[in-house]
Design a protein around this ligand. Structure first.
Ligand code: NAD
Length: 424
């Protein structure tokens, strides 16, 4: 369904092109450009796991640490068939830019395992997760590299990582290590508001854009690709603003209703059935028809490389909001720009997730519990600051939103490198 799974494309090439465009425009110092063009550490682990039928299977897991000059490495773990070192490298690099745009003291990393979680029992997923954590060993740590949920992983998987990691520590160290992962279940040290955080941040950005453009969200229509954590929360929150959800696509297919799909009912249906296909009151549509949906906003919230040279001409919208990481290829982005479609970039739009992960990490370190109002208020403040900084940089450089967001991130990183210098 996605081009990514159909043919081999290098997602890291996309990051490099985006980076070079911004670095050229801002005149980034060549030494800093060289440093940031490389990842710091790339960890690949192969580990055996006993399956339910007694057989043993060997899995390959990745953790790429791109940069930690602003703080400990931070980024999600993905369990999906398309995971490979190139994709993880790209996702790790985007995390460095994202934490810099959000202005939180964290670096960038990402990890994952190439597998389809739906093909394994809960028991097998638990064993795979625990063995992966064991194999990573001291390559992760609460003050060093802190994983979180991403595609195919969730709060339960974070709880297993936490338990495995602390079990490998001495009893005296265990309670000081609960911030080894974020996105945990609430009772195991998670933060209120973390589950919806990426969707909430996405909706805050949409509201700020709408405000700038005198755009009435209560009359707006939109469609979403991906109805997991990010897609479903974005839709549930947009429903509260009165926007109409016209179409949704996920790994099981695409559905449409001109008069609107109810986001809460659809989320409950997906929870029960595992996907959007067959949702009562909807019509099944193919991928091409889905992309051509006439609406105000398209929100990709699944995988990379969905808006490409081939698909960007098909879009029938005013605004693209990148809730997913890397959904637009450089060619796709150029076409959106030529067509006058505004595109709000991933490293700004979906930074609500890592921001509330940072809040969870702080709460764990301080042994505190913040209430939801406090988390939401702090998230809003962080998103507003980031949005405004990117918006002013966009007009200063007379460029597109993505390049402006990169310039914000790269300027911060360059300043820190200049101030600290290179050891020794
Ligand atoms: P998820 O696993 O909860 O949901 C993924 C969704 O994508 C599912 O609906 C799945 O069916 C769909 N999908 C998978 N393969 C597909 C395909 N081939 N075609 C169409 N749809 C497909 O994952 P998520 O956490 O919601 O992440 C979605 C995106 O948001 C990813 O790009 C992720 O990196 C990004 N993101 C997530 C977070 C977070 O906090 N979870 C934070 C920032 C960015």
């Amino acid at each position: 369904m996605t081009e990514n799974t159909k043919k081999k494309v290098s997602v890291y090439d996309n990051v490099t092109k985006q980076f070079n465009k911004a670095a050229d425009l801002m005149g980034l110092d060549p030494d800093i450009r060289t440093i940031l063009s490389n990842t710091t550490n790339e960890i690949v682990v192969n580990f055996p796991v006993t399956m339910d039928d007694g057989s043993i299977k060997v899995f390959t897991g990745y953790r790429v640490q791109h940069n930690s000059v602003l703080g400990p490495y931070k980024g999600g773990l993905r369990f999906h068939p398309s995971v490979n070192i190139d994709e993880v490298r790209a996702l790790a690099t985007w995390m460095t830019w994202k934490t810099a745009v959000a202005h939180i003291p964290l670096g960038g990393a990402k990890g994952g395992i190439q597998l389809d979680p739906s093909q394994y029992s809960i028991n097998e997923l638990r064993h795979i997760t625990r063995r992966f954590t064991f194999a990573l060993g001291n390559n992760i740590g609460p003050e060093y590299d802190i994983p979180a949920p991403d595609v195919g992983t969730n709060a339960q998987i974070m709880a297993w990582i936490l338990d495995t990691y602390v079990s490998m520590r001495s009893p005296q160290e265990r309670h000081g290590a609960s911030h080894i992962v974020t996105g945990k279940p609430i009772e195991s040290g998670g933060s209120l508001g973390r589950e919806k955080a990426t969707g909430q941040g996405t909706v805050y950005v949409i509201e700020m854009w709408a405000n700038d453009n005198n755009f009435d969200l209560s009359k707006a229509s939109y469609f979403v690709q991906g109805f997991g954590n990010v897609g479903s929360w974005t839709a549930k929150l947009l429903k509260q603003l009165g926007s109409t959800l016209k179409a949704v696509e996920d790994a099981t297919g695409a559905i449409f209703n001109e008069n609107g799909l109810d986001a809460d009912e659809l989320a409950a249906y997906v929870e029960a059935k595992g996907g959007v296909a067959g949702f009562p009151g909807s019509t099944a549509i193919d991928h091409d028809t889905f992309l051509r949906t006439k609406a105000d906003i398209f929100i990709p919230a699944a995988l990379e490389n969905q808006i490409t040279g081939e698909t960007a001409p098909k879009l029938n919208v005013k605004l693209v909001v990148e809730a997913a990481n890397g959904p637009t290829s450089p060619e796709g982005g150029d076409i959106l720009e030529e067509r006058g479609i505004d595109a709000l970039p991933d490293i700004l739009v979906n930074s609500g997730g890592v921001t509330v992960s940072y809040f969870e990490w702080l709460q764990n370190k301080r042994s505190e519990y913040w209430d939801l109002e406090e988390v939401d208020a702090k998230l809003f403040k962080t998103m507003k600051r980031a949005y405004r900084k990117v918006r002013s940089t966009k007009s200063e450089y007379n460029t597109d939103w993505r390049t402006a967001a990169y310039i914000v991130a790269l300027s911060r990183l360059a300043t820190v490198y200049r101030e600290r210098g290179i050891f020794p």
